[in-house]
Design a protein around this ligand. Structure first.
Ligand code: SF4
Length: 453
């Protein structure tokens, strides 16, 4: 299928082929679903909204609800103010959410619609709320959209009422509901109260009850978001997805923020645990220490499965940065590291890690999968790690492929199972090891097929 990708690397500035990202509203919609009883609203055409809902539904295999301003030719020329005001009125009277979280699309951004001005003259029922984030898709990526929406939650809602709540705000970043559950389990092990923002667990991994719920039980409540302004500190996981909201909380409510890596792998998880311990004065829970020991034991047991293997990693920047650190600690060689999201900080951070490890690798932000494929054609790797979109390269080059990140559209259950924390580290090692061992079995001649590897 990708057999015609040329080996010769051609520098491109105005053309993206096989993007390693999707558009801002996808991330904004995902973040908004992490508020309890929130209906995300897409201010643009129906097509955008349908695409974004479908994208999320395919990844999480759960229905994703969102409304749209349904732009027609008239709105495209004269602006979408009337459509938005009608939408707000209809959505509150028909679907009764506590809050509507509006994000823009390319079209409404290009027109220059002033959302706060429209909302100010809309009929918002008493006790109901409307927030918004600008999410033009010709800039950034779904991660930028997620970051913008989380920042908007803080900007609109967080308040310092001078009554400290002794809680820690956790901004988990663009991770799966299963990861959010795992981070909450870590906080519970510490016996520490927290506010997680946003929290899509219980929304996009809600149990089957036999009854349809428009607004499942999960999600951060509006009251919790308001109260986040009274917390003792904010721990923001993943600088690309979470730092903006943390800085906003610090600026608006004087809640000190600490930005850490997404806790993937031993070191990044250690850093999270140490930060919580330092902030709270509580010791590291014994059950988490035990899990760490298990990860180290697993690494000793099966290091020869993956040690020295070359890997190409692509996907969202926070996840890729943390995965690069983890694969380095496993003794692997991250040869190509790429994200579709723009950001010099990504390139700086990953290049630094590779240099420290003495690895001659290629690193790119705002890159595409065409570039990744060309690099792989020039010098192959032993393993590709990334989203579903990598499977075409894996097939063309016959390279083992481990699906990790967002989106994963052709496999299921991944969104329930964590890749963060020590439990997540075990899962990633299993994923890497078994993918490589499956390949070894597949390639072995009959006489070399071993029962024990
Ligand atoms: S028009 Fe813009 S917002 Fe709509 S789907 Fe395309 S990139 Fe996304």
């Amino acid at each position: 299928m990708l057999d015609l990708t040329p080996r010769e690397y051609s520098k491109r500035s105005a053309l993206t082929v096989n993007p390693a990202k999707t558009c801002q509203p996808v991330g904004a919609m995902y973040a908004a679903l992490g508020i309890h009883k929130c209906l995300p609203h897409s201010h643009g055409s129906q097509g955008c909204c349908a695409y974004h809902r479908k994208f999320l539904t395919r990844n999480f295999r759960d229905p994703v609800m969102a409304s749209t301003s349904s732009f027609t030719e008239g709105a495209s020329v004269f602006g979408g103010g009337t459509n938005l005001k009608t939408a707000i009125k209809n959505v509150f009277s028909i679907y009764n959410p506590d809050i509507i979280a509006i994000h823009t699309t390319c079209l409404s951004e290009t027109i220059g619609d002033d959302i706060p001005a429209f909302v100010a003259t809309a009929q918002v029922p008493e006790g109901k709320l409307v927030i918004h984030a600008n999410t033009p898709s010709y800039q950034g990526s779904h991660v930028t959209g997620f970051s913008n929406m989380v920042k908007a939650m803080v900007k609109y809602l967080a308040a310092n009422s001078k009554t400290p709540n002794e809680k820690i705000n956790i901004l988990p970043g663009f991770v799966n509901p299963g990861d959010m559950r795992e981070i909450k389990r870590i906080m519970k092990a510490f016996g520490q109260e927290y506010i997680m923002l946003p929290d899509t667990s219980g929304v996009l991994d809600a149990p089957m009850t036999g009854k349809y719920e428009m607004y499942p039980k999960g999600g951060t409540t509006v009251d919790e978001i308001i109260d986040s302004g009274n917390s003792m500190a904010t721990v923001a996981l993943g600088s690309f997805a979470s730092s903006e909201a943390a800085y906003e909380l610090e600026k608006k409510c004087k809640v000190p923020g600490k930005v850490l890596k997404t806790p993937i792998g031993i070191k990044a998880t250690d850093d999270l645990l140490m930060a919580i311990s330092k902030l709270t004065g509580k010791p590291i829970p014994a059950e988490l220490e035990e899990e760490r020991g298990q990860v180290v034991d697993i690494m000793v047991d099966c290091h020869y499965h993956y040690h020295g293997k070359k890997v190409a990693i692509f996907g969202d920047p926070d996840l890729v940065i943390a995965l690069t650190e983890f694969t380095l600690s496993l003794g692997m060689i991250p040869k190509y590291v790429l994200t579709g999201t723009p950001g010099d900080a990504f390139e700086r951070e990953v290049k630094f890690m590779l240099e420290e490890a003495g690895i001659d690798g290629k690193v790119k932000a705002l890159g595409d999968l065409f570039a990744l494929h060309q690099w792989i054609k020039q010098e192959p790797v032993d393993l590709i790690m990334g989203t579903t979109y990598g499977k075409y390269i894996a097939r063309a080059e016959d390279i083992p492929f481990a699906r990790i990140g967002f989106p994963i559209l052709d496999r299921s259950v991944h969104s329930y199972l964590p890749i963060v924390g020590y439990k997540g580290a075990m899962r990633i090692i299993e994923m890497i090891s078994n993918t490589l061992l499956d390949r070894q079995d597949r390639d072995a001649a009959d006489e070399d097929l071993e029962l024990i590897l």
